[in-house]
Design a protein around this ligand. Structure first.
Ligand SMILES: [Zn+2]
Length: 410
């Protein structure tokens, strides 16, 4: 059995910080959690145990290309077939590529992350590459595979009646043998009959579905011009995805539609701003009751450090709420976007919070650090002051994914 004494633990799905005399785990399970009184301020520091973080949206495939898309538009950098990302990925040999992906996974562990949902390009080959990297490092990769090439020519997309070609159907089957689900860039990449088939095939296989929507106005406009419907409503009706990523441009009506659908939204505000796009309507989505995750999106745009994403998201939400204190967002609701809220998407062992009998998946934060040790509001400091150097250790189901070699703490 391993344990930490006299610490602070964020307990239960509400993540409220409490003093804790003993936090212990054996194998993959939390076996003891002696909860004391609530604790939202410190006088002389503490070890703070938080649930291991879930990154709701990544593309680790481009971890070999940090800042490669600097100066490019969304279309120039990221769209098939000729976007910078796809051209450069095609040049990498598998061993070099896997080494970069493993590096990104290790950095995620070092910054408290235990699991991520990845939109993986390059067909079955790409999904297998990430699976191998994930097995080597121990961070869980929920792999949402994408077709190697766009199956439809522009004119076929415009007529919008074609079914999946046989070769693409076979690729989907091969993808789902390896991956945990299917993703595509946008609803505009496939025809309506193809989406219906993908929904049926993934549902029959018990796999996840995911899509980017409303990242910029063109997503909605192209969809409207081709089909008479915007991309969000088509996603909800034709694909019924488990997650919808971005929502940067979501209108009031679209937010209401999403809330009604009960589909989880994944926000990536740092990636959006890096591309010169607006920030997502975080407070409106929260107020509408949408279950939200946070993602760091392409490693090409952002290092996959969720504490940086929490910091940015918290400040944006605070700004969107305005000066009225009555509407101030609870920082723990922001933290739930990388912890508790995952359960609605993954279920099973993905609780996203800490309690006796649940998986020993957690990170230890060094609140003895100079900039944290006398916090007057621990919940706010967690989302606004913790940096990569403050994570002492990260465990997933009892397996140590990261431990700071330079600081003894237990
Ligand atoms: Zn993305």
């Amino acid at each position: 059995m391993s344990s930490i004494s006299d610490c602070v633990v964020l307990h239960g799905p509400e993540l409220r910080p409490h003093h804790c005399k003993h936090f212990a785990w054996q194998g993959d399970t939390i076996t003891r959690l002696d909860l004391g009184s609530p604790c939202n301020s410190l006088d002389a520091g503490a070890l703070v145990v938080i649930p291991g973080l879930y990154n709701g949206h990544t593309h680790l495939g481009d971890s070999a290309l940090p800042d490669g898309a600097a100066g490019l538009t969304l279309e120039e950098g990221f769209f098939r077939p000729h976007g910078y990302k796809y051209r450069e990925l095609a040049k990498l040999d598998a061993a070099t590529h896997q080494g970069h992906i493993e590096g990104a996974l290790r950095y995620m562990a070092q910054t408290g992350t235990i699991s991520h949902l990845d939109f993986r390009e390059q067909g079955p080959f790409g999904s297998q590459l990430l699976r191998d990297a994930s097995t080597a490092v121990g961070v869980q990769s929920i792999i949402l595979g994408q077709f190697q090439d766009s199956p439809f020519a522009a004119e076929t997309l415009t007529t919008n009646t074609a079914a999946l070609p046989p070769a693409t159907r076979a690729e989907l089957a091969a993808l789902l043998d390896i991956a945990d689900g299917f993703s595509e860039s946008t609803m505009n990449d496939l025809t309506d009959p193809a989406w219906l088939e993908i929904k049926a095939t993934t549902a029959a296989a018990g796999k996840l579905r995911a899509i980017h929507c409303l990242e910029n106005p063109a997503y909605r406009e192209v969809s409207l011009a081709r089909t008479g419907q915007g991309d969000l409503i088509r996603a909800i009706e034709l694909l019924a995805p488990h997650i919808i990523v971005h929502l940067t441009e979501a209108t009031d009506a679209e937010i209401a539609l999403l809330a009604q659908s009960a589909i989880t939204g994944v926000l990536n505000p740092r990636a959006n701003t890096t591309l010169g796009l607006p920030v997502p309507p975080i407070m409106q989505l929260l107020d509408a009751g949408v279950n939200l995750l946070l993602g760091t999106d392409n490693v090409m745009l952002n290092p996959p450090n969720l504490f940086a994403e929490l910091d940015f998201t918290w400040r944006l939400a605070r700004s969107q709420a305005g000066e009225s204190r009555a509407h101030e967002p609870d920082p723990l609701r922001i933290l739930q976007m990388v912890t508790t809220n995952i359960a609605r998407v993954l279920g099973g062992d993905a609780y996203g919070y800490l309690a006796t009998g649940l998986p020993a998946s957690f990170a230890v934060i060094d609140f003895h650090a100079r900039h944290l040790r006398s916090t007057r509001n621990l919940s706010t400091s967690l989302v606004s002051r913790v940096g990569p150097g403050d994570v002492l250790a990260t465990y997933r189901e009892g397996r140590e994914l990261w431990r700071d070699p330079d600081r003894a703490w237990a």
